[in-house]
Design a protein around this ligand. Structure first.
Ligand code: RP5
Length: 170
């Protein structure tokens, strides 16, 4: 079942946004990916957003760069949670995208992750879905335990080898 919609302002955002898809794949959560621009395909974007909730979409992840209005448009038309991913831009390195995505007016929230942080957007979507999905909540807890273990192992190795050897082996 498709529960998450991943939207991209352009196909040039796909290389960054694939990390959101990959983490959803890891947890076997259904999603669809579409290129829908707030500026270049405004009518199609609104049409998609108005139908999304009835189709069973629970969360939207929207990535866009530059004058990044896609996540904001999603939040204006979709009743569920919207997670915005500011994509790094050539001219301003994503600061433009970040500010365009995060500075929403009161009443129309977008949960904005860091610049190019599509993996975190995917994880946040999973956490939203896990509120009503015990099995997913369990899997997420296991994922976090493994993440902690990996860091502890790295720290142990660093202390064993010393920083120079550690870096050489990296
Ligand atoms: C934004 O403009 C897109 O989200 C993309 O990040 C940026 C550049 O788009 P392209 O010119 O590469 O299609 O709308």
């Amino acid at each position: 079942m498709t529960k998450v919609a991943i939207l991209l302002g352009s196909d040039s955002d796909l290389e960054v946004m694939r990390s959101a898809a990959e983490i959803l794949d890891e947890f076997v959560i259904g999603y669809e990916i579409n290129v829908l621009s707030a500026h270049r395909t405004p009518d199609q974007t609104v049409e998609y957003l108005k139908a999304a909730n009835d189709k069973g979409i629970k969360v939207i992840i929207a990535g866009a760069g530059g004058a990044a209005h896609l996540a904001g448009v999603c939040a204006a038309h979709f009743p569920g949670p919207v997670i915005g991913v500011p994509i790094s831009s050539k001219s301003l390195k994503g600061l433009d995208s970040l500010l365009s995505t995060v500075q929403m007016p009161p009443g129309v929230p977008v949960a904005t992750v860091g610049i190019d942080a599509a993996k975190n957007a995917g994880l946040l979507a999973l956490k939203v879905l896990a509120i009503t999905d015990t099995d997913l909540s369990h899997k997420l807890k296991e994922y976090l335990v493994k993440q902690t273990q990996k860091v502890l192992e790295k720290n142990e190795k660093l202390n064993e080898l010393g920083y120079e050897k550690y870096l050489n082996e990296k």
